[in-house]
Design a protein around this ligand. Structure first.
Ligand SMILES: C[S@@+](CC[C@H](N)C(=O)[O-])C[C@H]1O[C@@H](n2cnc3c(N)ncnc32)[C@H](O)[C@@H]1O
Length: 275
């Protein structure tokens, strides 16, 4: 399991346990602890826990990643129906959104199969599934995978998101290994959003990132992932980067699309089908 750095002490490895609230799924949390070989604390209040930095915490809203101790930021969980994802689903701007343009949704009426090789919390994949793409997702961090699997399961039960979530299939493990083993074309478009080493301490780093980075690390093998993706995509590989970050080491992208904070590097293989 990849754990590196710490939200409180940079460089230290954060300690992690599984727990639940009084109203959470205690049995499910205990089973998850066993599967991930993590300590199970039973029912706790995260602010009163001092022996662990982070909890995978099952409460009445599902599974979350929660920092412990007094004054810790709130939980990070996957919520496709509410919050940012829900707002974006209703008011996001359809195929005009940068991520949709980068994947090429304005250029084709074909239903694209997109492989999201760095699924994370599934936010980008949910936007693309909402625009009709068939999504295959890979996540290699067992902790992030558990959060995303829980969010997808809840999303499938919610009538406002079930049709979209039904187009998303999640796999656990390294997409590099899978792409290399598959050999040949496996998806129309392969989408990559690896972690980028962030040194900007002054910026208000999003809560998700504060908790996320120590858990997943810096994805230093992004060049190998890009190479594997280029060998396995039919039409294009799309890489999301912070706006000013260099491209992933390897071939130069054919085009770049810049937004306010992010940029999409597009590696074209051949033209998208018309319809
Ligand atoms: C920046 S996050 C992706 C965020 C995602 N685009 C979203 O919208 O929520 C990067 C994620 O990719 C995962 N990852 C990086 N390289 C991977 C690989 N080769 N296989 C599977 N997962 C990978 C990391 O564990 C991390 O969770």
């Amino acid at each position: 399991m990849t754990l590196s750095g710490s939200p409180t002490m940079p460089g230290a490895v954060p300690s992690l346990a599984v727990a639940s609230s009084a109203l959470g799924d205690r049995a499910g949390a205990a089973a998850l602890a066993e599967r991930l070989a993590l300590p199970f604390l039973g029912v706790v209040k995260p602010r009163q826990v001092s022996e662990f930095d982070l909890l995978l915490f099952a409460d009445d809203h599902g599974l979350a990643l929660q920092a412990t101790g007094k004054g810790a930021p709130g939980p990070v969980r996957v919520d496709f129906a509410g919050g940012k994802a829900g707002y974006r689903r209703e008011h996001g701007g359809g195929t005009g959104q940068l991520v949709a343009r980068a994947v090429g949704l304005q250029k084709t009426r074909a239903r694209l199969h997109v492989l999201d090789a760095t699924a994370g919390l599934g936010q980008d994949a949910f936007v693309l599934a909402g625009l009709g793409c068939q999504m295959t997702l890979f996540e290699r961090s067992p902790i992030i995978h558990a959060l995303l699997a829980d969010g997808l399961a809840r999303g499938l039960l919610n009538p406002t998101t079930s049709d979209i979530v039904a187009r998303m299939t999640l796999h656990e493990g390294s997409s590099i290994d899978w792409l290399m083993a598959a050999g040949g074309e496996v998806a129309d478009v392969i989408y990559l959003d690896p972690m980028f080493p962030h040194r900007d301490k002054s910026a208000a780093v999003k809560k998700e990132m504060q908790l996320f980075r120590p858990v997943v690390g810096d994805d230093d093998d992004a060049p190998a992932l890009l190479a594997a993706a280029l060998a396995a995509a039919t039409y294009r590989v799309v890489v999301k980067r912070p706006r000013k970050a260099p491209s992933i080491e390897g071939p130069e992208p054919a085009t770049r699309l810049e937004g306010k904070s992010s940029r999409y590097d597009i590696y074209s293989i051949k033209a998208l089908p018309q319809g």
